[in-house]
Design a protein around this ligand. Structure first.
Ligand code: PLP
Length: 447
C-alpha cells in the first residue's frame, strides 16, 4: 500500500469526490484521514482533530481503531466469509436478524439485509408494493408519498422520494408516482406559522395528497422520524401518531427511515421508540456497522413478510457474513458499554451545556436534538428567525475545524453527531471550540 501522506495526496487526484463543488475542491483540497483512535483522527498534514461527526456521515458510531470489531470481522472472514444469496445464508446473518427483531419495537420481526441506506430504501419500497400486490390488498398500488427536505438515498428509487437539492438536481424524469408533502419543522417553517398550526397543516396536506393521488394507488409513505435537513428536526409530539392514523385509514404502508437515527444516535436504539407508534417497515444502516462494515437492514412487521409469497428482489451482498459479524459485535459493545443510555444522558447534559455556553449569542437561534445528534440553528435576526442567506454557517464550521473540531454545516444549521463513545470531556471541548468559532466569525462579520 502506498500510504504515505504524499502518495495519498497524489493518488487522490484519481478520485471523484461526491458533494464538493470543483471550485471548493480546488481551493481546499481533499481531507485524507490517515489514522484514527477513539474520536480523534489525523489527516495527511499530521493535524489531529476531534471528530464530532462520526466520520462525516454519522456512521462511525464507535470511533476509530476498535480492535474488537476488527477481530470479529477477521474471525468471520476465515470461517465463512460469504454465503451468497437466495436460499443460502450464514449463521451471522441469522443471528443478526434475530437480534434486530429483539431490539426493534413491537411486531417488527422479519429482516432482509442491504449494503447501505439507499438500498434499504429501494428494498422497503419494493416490499411495500409486493406486499400490497401479492396479498391482494391493493393490487394496483405503486405510488409513494414522502416529504419536503427528505433524504432517503442516492439511487433512483430512493432519490425519487428525496427532496434534498444537493443530490436531487439531476435531469428528470425520476421514477414516476412519487410526490411530496409538507414536513413539520418547529423553529422555522416556510410560512412563519406557529408550530401547532403548521404541524396540522402538514397532516392536512398529507391527507389531501393521498386523496389526490387516489388511495387505491398509494402504496407507501416514507419519512425520517427526525429529519436531518437544516439540522435535526424534531416534530410536534402528535405528528407521527396522526401520520400513522392516516396510513391506517387508507391502507398505506408506513416506512420509517432510521438510517441516521437508528442504533442509539438519538438517545434510544431507534427514534421510533420516542414517537409512540409502530411503523410497518423500519430501515437502518450507517451506525449498524459503525463504519467498519457497509450494512443496512429492512425490518418488517410479521404481517407484511407473511403477505409476500415470493419476494422478487435480491442483492449479491445482502447478509454478507463479515458485515453481519461486525454488526453483531457493534450491538454487543453497545449493550455492554450502555452506549444508548450514554447517548441519552450525556446528550441532554451536552445540549444544556451548549445552551448555557452560547444559547444567548445574537446569531444562535435554536439548539435542539436528541442524544448524540444535536444541531445549532443560526439566525440573522432573533425576532423574525430569518436564516442567513450568505456563507456565515459554513464559515463557522470551517473556523471550528481550524480550531480542531469537525462539525457539519447543514443548510441553516450546524449538525453535531459524535461517536457514541465520546466522553463528557470531548463534548465539553466541542462546546468550547464551537463557542469560540461562533464568536470569532460573528465579530469578524460585525454580527
Ligand atoms: N436515508 C437516510 C435518512 C439517510 O440519512 C441516508 C444517508 O445519509 C440514506 C438514507 C442513504 O444511505 P446511504 O448513503 O448508505 O446509501
Amino acid at each position: 500500500l502506498r500510504n504515505s501522506a504524499h502518495d495519498a495526496e497524489a493518488s487522490a487526484r484519481h478520485l471523484i469526490f461526491p458533494l464538493v463543488p470543483r471550485e471548493d475542491m480546488d481551493a481546499h483540497g481533499p481531507s485524507i484521514l490517515m489514522s484514527g483512535s477513539g474520536v480523534r483522527v489525523t489527516d495527511q498534514h499530521g493535524t489531529t482533530l476531534l471528530d464530532m461527526m462520526s466520520a462525516t456521515t454519522r456512521a462511525g458510531s464507535l470511533g476509530y481503531g476498535n480492535r474488537e470489531i476488527a477481530q470479529a470481522m477477521y474471525d468471520q472472514a476465515v470461517t465463512m466469509h460469504y454465503s451468497g444469496a437466495g436460499r443460502n445464508t450464514n449463521a451471522a446473518a441469522a443471528e443478526l436478524a434475530r437480534k434486530l427483531a429483539e431490539i426493534t419495537p413491537g411486531r417488527l420481526n422479519r429482516v432482509t439485509f442491504t449494503s447501505g441506506g439507499s438500498e434499504a430504501t429501494e428494498t422497503a419500497l419494493k416490499i411495500a408494493k409486493q406486499y400490497l400486490q401479492q396479498s391482494g390488498r391493493k393490487p394496483r398500488a405503486f405510488k409513494v408519498i414522502s416529504r419536503w427536505s427528505a433524504y432517503h438515498g442516492a439511487t433512483m428509487g430512493a432519490l425519487s422520494c428525496t427532496d434534498w437539492l444537493a443530490v436531487r438536481d439531476v435531469p428528470d424524469p425520476r421514477v414516476p408516482g412519487h410526490s411530496f408533502v409538507a414536513n413539520p419543522m418547529r423553529y422555522r417553517n416556510p410560512y412563519g406559522l406557529d408550530e401547532e398550526t403548521y404541524s396540522d397543516i402538514c397532516i392536512a396536506h398529507l391527507e389531501r395528497q393521498i386523496l389526490l393521488e387516489d388511495p387505491e394507488l398509494v402504496a407507501a409513505f416514507i419519512g425520517e422520524p427526525f429529519q436531518q435537513a437544516n439540522g435535526v428536526q424534531i416534530p410536534m409530539p402528535s405528528y407521527w401518531k396522526k401520520v400513522r392514523a392516516l396510513c391506517d385509514k387508507y391502507g398505506i404502508v408506513l416506512i420509517m427511515d432510521e438510517v441516521i437515527t437508528g442504533f442509539g444516535r438519538a438517545g434510544t436504539w431507534f427514534a421510533t421508540e420516542q414517537l409512540g407508534i409502530e411503523p410497518d417497515i423500519l430501515n437502518m444502516a450507517k451506525s449498524m456497522g459503525a463504519g467498519y462494515a457497509p450494512i443496512g437492514a429492512v425490518v418488517t412487521r410479521d404481517e407484511i413478510a407473511e403477505g409476500i409469497s415470493h419476494f422478487r428482489h435480491v442483492h449479491t451482498y445482502s447478509g454478507h457474513a463479515i458485515c453481519c459479524a461486525a454488526s453483531l459485535k457493534v450491538i454487543e459493545i453497545m449493550e455492554r458499554e450502555k452506549l444508548v443510555e450514554n447517548s441519552d444522558v450525556l446528550g441532554r447534559e451536552w445540549q444544556q451545556g451548549m445552551k448555557d455556553a452560547f444559547g444567548d449569542h445574537p446569531i444562535v437561534g435554536d439548539i435542539r436534538g436528541r442524544g448524540f445528534w444535536q444541531a445549532v440553528d443560526f439566525t440573522a435576526d432573533k425576532a423574525s428567525r430569518a436564516a442567513f442567506t450568505d456563507d456565515t454557517v459554513v464559515a463557522i464550521a470551517r473556523r471550528a475545524r481550524e480550531l480542531g473540531v469537525i462539525v457539519g454545516p447543514i443548510g441553516t444549521a450546524i449538525e453535531i453527531a459524535p461517536a457514541l463513545i465520546a466522553t463528557r470531556d470531548d463534548l465539553a471541548l466541542c462546546t468550547r471550540l464551537l463557542r469560540q468559532a461562533i464568536s470569532e466569525v460573528a465579530l469578524e462579520r460585525g454580527l
